[in-house]
Design a binder for this molecule. Structure first.
Ligand SMILES: Cc1cc2nc3c(=O)[nH]c(=O)nc-3n(C[C@H](O)[C@H](O)[C@H](O)COP(=O)(O)O)c2cc1C
Length: 261
């Protein structure tokens, strides 16, 4: 059994994307258990000043729900040919603390439901790219955009949402089967663990140049350390980078890389 968290990128009560997730639950293979996250409206706009430890309750709920899931199924509207702020905001919260965010190593499927007939693909591609970039395994095929949503998603007299397009039904069934297989193979976790093994080298390569530059420009080591710690880096790692940059700079305290014309 693999735990799926279904997330709608629309807060609207009668959202087609939320309804798509409801309809798709019945298309999922039996080895996927399906939970809905309904707290996105309470998640504040991302602000580093309120990204505290412990986190604010709405963020804690979101992070816990995602951490507990093996995979995510996201259905989102496209707004102005882009990812809606609600989705991007949730991803920003889930990407922190730096390198330790809950949104990594998941198997993910993304869909877009739209009123239009031709739109949705930009948001789909951008959302998939965003989630892959955080270290998740996003199921690449098929691309599912539910166009003309009011006729594609109807409601039966008993309130059940029905996906009327037989091709989309088949595509979603197949895609959820791929997700289940990928989770069974533990492929998303293996991907992330491989990245994690290289994490110290990746972080050093990315941030040591900043430390060299800042110290070379005369910034106090405590100020540089505090900036990196508040961006989510571990204190012992920051200390190592500062020691390394200072050792390179030699007794005059000036980095060989900094300050050159
Ligand atoms: C601010 C805004 C921008 C929109 N931009 C797009 C767009 O770029 N592409 C598109 O296909 N639909 C666009 N739409 C229409 C949405 O497809 C439509 O509102 C859809 O029902 C939203 O999904 P929901 O029903 O899940 O809330 C936009 C809607 C809003 C409110």
């Amino acid at each position: 059994m693999h735990r799926i968290l279904a997330l709608s990128g629309s807060l609207r009560r009668d959202s087609f994307n939320t309804r798509l997730l409801r309809a798709a639950e019945r298309l999922a293979p039996p080895d996927l258990t399906w939970d809905f996250f309904e707290g996105l409206a309470d998640v504040p706009v991302y602000d580093e000043d309120i990204d505290t430890d412990p986190p604010v309750p709405a963020v804690a709920r979101l992070r816990e729900a995602v951490a507990a899931a093996d995979g995510l199924v996201i259905a989102t509207p496209e707004y102005n040919h882009a990812i809606p702020g609600v989705v991007k905001n949730a991803v920003d919260w889930l990407s922190r603390p730096h390198g330790r965010g809950a949104l990594a190593g998941k198997g993910i499927v993304v869909w877009v439901a739209t009123l239009g007939r031709m739109n949705g693909l930009r948001c789909l591609g951008d959302t998939r790219g965003l989630l892959s970039g955080l270290g998740n395994l996003v199921v690449p095929e098929p691309e599912v955009v539910v166009a003309s949503a009011p006729s594609a998603l109807t409601t039966a007299p008993d309130g059940t949402v029905v996906l009327t397009d037989a091709v989309t039904v088949d595509l979603i069934r197949a895609q959820l089967r791929v997700l289940a297989d990928v989770l069974e193979a533990q492929a998303p976790r293996a991907l992330w663990q491989a990245v994690e093994r290289q994490r110290p080298d990746i972080e050093r390569a990315r941030f040591l140049p900043y430390v060299r530059q800042a110290l070379g420009d005369g910034a106090a080591p405590e100020v540089v350390a505090e900036r990196l710690r508040s961006a989510g880096h571990r204190p012992e790692t920051v200390r190592k980078w500062i020691e390394e940059a200072r050792a390179e700079a030699g007794p005059r305290g000036r980095s060989p890389q900094a300050g050159r014309p």
